[in-house]
Every structure is written in structure tokens, then in C-alpha cells.
Design a protein around this ligand. Structure first.
Ligand SMILES: Nc1ncnc2c1ncn2[C@@H]1O[C@H](COP(=O)(O)OP(=O)(O)O)[C@@H](O)[C@H]1O
Ligand SMILES: [Mg+2]
Length: 325
């Protein structure tokens, strides 16, 4: 049985003064039907560019150089633009970190939802209006009918993200790509939004890719986790397995940096691993984590970054992982 989405050896690069910066460097992962896949990594590790590559919306001058994005067996990267547009928004939707920048400030909420319904589902004015009320209601926006006349700035951050979710689910997609959907929100609102996403998934049987720099959020919400570093997948495992036996030094560092309890009213702190995230245009030979790794040795120069098996459904890019245990 093949997965709903299979990303294979994705390479997406931005031109740089000397050569290119590979934001995605041989990225592979699967998303199973109805499941939640987490992608975690520090800022700049290539999470957003990976998601954008899936939908064919990499910002210029970035370009997908190589790889496959198999959506129910069809490669989205080779699909004619018209067919890709039909899948985008209808079968696969995306929500972004900052709902403010994804909503247009000069149009009302109602106008923006109706526009999506018109373009994607061919609905006319009255039908679209009725459906918009249903959608806002569905994502927990009170007084939905009145809200249609609001402008984005009249809503709180959490409410704006709910509107984005309403737009994203309006066509009942099979897959939702959620790029740090709660990073801009207060912690109590974060939980509400994550709970809403989980409810909608259950209800529609929708799969989700949840991208976050916060391993805690991913752990609580995902069936499996892909860990990225400097454009590479460095580890991939079912969530419980990853926590039980982390098998890459970077993942071990992320886990150590995770607060064991979460104080109410505080934001989870970013994982702190000593050293700087690497410059993608000047990656060291072999493992890109080498300069920051406490277990690094000469042989790390020759590491290929292919995943090696570390357990059931568990892969790591560190061939020396057994010594971590
Ligand atoms: N618009 C852009 N122009 C040039 N380089 C970019 C652009 N967007 C991303 N990159 C490069 O891709 C890398 C990964 O970016 P991104 O996927 O946004 O990281 P993440 O989402 O993990 O924080 C960045 O570190 C940067 O080198
Ligand atoms: Mg990002």
C-alpha cells in the first residue's frame, strides 16, 4: 500500500553567490491517509520550503531541482499547472504561520471566503454566503453571520487563524499542510487551534503535515515525526519511538532542550543547542551537524545522509547512532 503523499529525494535550491543553497537536500517522507506527520527543526532548516515545494509555490528565485512528490501516485512536480491548481486548495490546502499576511486587509472575511468558494467550487453569491457562515461556525467563530462583515484587523490573531482554517477546509481537502500554524499565537490559543485541527481531521478523515520548530507541539499532535537539519532529513520515526530511542545527536539535543513540564501561561522555549545553525551555502563535507555535534569524529566527513534503519519504521542519518544509546 502506498502512502497518501510520498516525497522522494526532494531537492529545492536558491541561487547563491557561490553555487546554490539547498533548502531541501534529498528530503523524503511519507504521509499516510488520515495521519498527522510532524516536521520539526530549527528556523532555516528547510521546513517551509519543503511544504511549498509540495504545492509548487516555492518563492522566486527558488527552484525544485530534483525529486518526486507523489500524490495518490501522481507526481505533482511534473503535473501541468492547470491540474496542479485544481489539486491545490481542493485536495491539498495550506495554512501559514502568520494569518495576518495571508488575509487581505482590504476585503471582509466574508468576501475572502466567498472568493475561495467561487474559484474552487464554482459557488454563486447566495450559496457561498450561506456556506461561509457554516464554515465560520464550524471553526468556532461566534456570531458567524455578523463576522462575515468584519475586516481582518477587527479580529484577534486566534480568530484570524480560525478564518484561515475555515478557508483551508472549505473544499474538504484530504491533506492540510500547516506551517507553524500556532507560532504567532499565545499559548492558550495555540492549544485551542491545535485541538480544532485535530477535531477537523477526525471529522473529515483529513491527513495533516504539522510543521513546527517546537518538538513539544509535534510530540503532542503527531503520529510520526521527521526531523530536519540544514535542509536534510536527519531522523524519521513514529512519535513514541522517536522519544523512546532518539537516534541522531541533533534529535537528542532537541529532546534535552524540551522543558519537562509546561507552566501555564508561559510560552515553550525554543530548543537551545550550542553553536550556530549552518550557512547553507557553506555546508561542511559529510554530516552538516558535525561542527555542533558532541559525538563527532573523523568518519563523519564521509557520512552520506542516507537514512539507516534504527528500529521499526525508524531511520537516522547518523551511522554511529548506537553509541548514543
Ligand atoms: N525567499 C528566499 N530567498 C532565498 N533563500 C531562501 C528564501 N526562503 C528560504 N530560503 C533559504 O532556505 C532556507 C530554509 O528556509 P525555510 O524553509 O523557510 O526554513 P524554516 O521554515 O525551516 O525556518 C533558509 O535558511 C534560506 O537559506
Ligand atoms: Mg518556516
Amino acid at each position: 500500500m502506498s502512502a497518501l503523499l510520498e516525497v522522494r529525494n526532494l531537492n529545492t535550491a536558491f541561487p547563491a553567490a557561490h553555487g546554490a543553497a539547498f533548502a531541501a537536500n534529498g528530503v523524503s517522507f511519507d504521509v499516510e491517509e488520515g495521519a498527522t506527520k510532524g516536521i520539526v527543526g530549527e528556523s532555516g532548516s528547510g521546513k517551509s520550503i519543503t511544504l511549498r515545494s509540495v504545492l509548487g509555490i516555492v518563492p522566486e528565485p527558488g527552484r525544485v531541482i530534483e525529486g518526486q512528490v507523489l500524490w495518490r501516485g501522481r507526481d505533482l512536480l511534473t503535473l501541468p499547472p492547470r491540474e496542479l491548481r485544481a489539486i491545490r486548495g481542493r485536495e491539498i490546502s495550506m495554512i501559514f504561520q502568520d494569518p495576518t499576511s495571508s488575509l487581505n486587509p482590504v476585503f471582509t472575511i466574508g468576501e475572502q471566503i466567498a472568493e475561495t468558494l467561487r474559484v474552487k467550487l464554482g459557488m454563486g453569491g447566495r450559496e457561498a454566503r450561506a456556506r461561509s457562515v457554516e464554515l465560520l461556525d464550524h471553526v468556532g467563530i461566534p456570531a458567524a453571520k455578523e463576522r462575515l462583515r468584519s475586516y481582518p484587523h477587527e479580529l484577534s490573531g486566534g480568530m484570524r487563524q480560525r478564518v484561515m482554517i475555515a478557508i483551508a477546509i472549505s473544499c474538504r481537502p484530504k491533506l492540510l499542510l500547516a506551517d507553524e500554524p500556532t507560532t504567532a499565537l499565545d499559548v492558550t490559543i495555540q492549544d485551542q487551534i491545535l485541538a480544532l485541527l485535530a477535531e477537523l481531521q477526525d471529522e473529515f478523515g483529513m491527513a495533516m503535515v504539522l510543521v513546527s520548530h517546537d518538538l513539544g507541539i509535534v510530540a503532542q499532535n503527531c503520529d510520526s515525526v521527521t526531523v530536519m537539519y540544514a535542509g536534510h532529513v536527519i531522523e524519521d520515526a513514529p512519535t513514541a519511538e522517536l522519544f523512546r530511542s532518539p537516534s541522531h545527536p541533533y534529535t537528542v539535543g532537541l529532546l534535552r532542550a524540551l522543558p519537562s513540564t509546561r507552566e501555564p501561561g508561559t510560552r515553550r522555549r525554543l530548543a537551545q543547542i550550542t553553536g550556530q545553525p549552518p550557512d547553507l551555502t557553506q555546508l561542511p563535507e559529510g554530516c552538516p551537524f558535525r561542527p555542533r555535534c558532541a559525538w563527532s569524529r573523523d568518519a563523519c566527513k564521509d557520512v552520506t545522509m542516507e537514512l539507516v534503519p534504527a528500529g521499526p519504521l525508524h531511520g537516522t542519518a547518523c551511522p554511529f547512532f548506537e553509541e548514543l544509546r
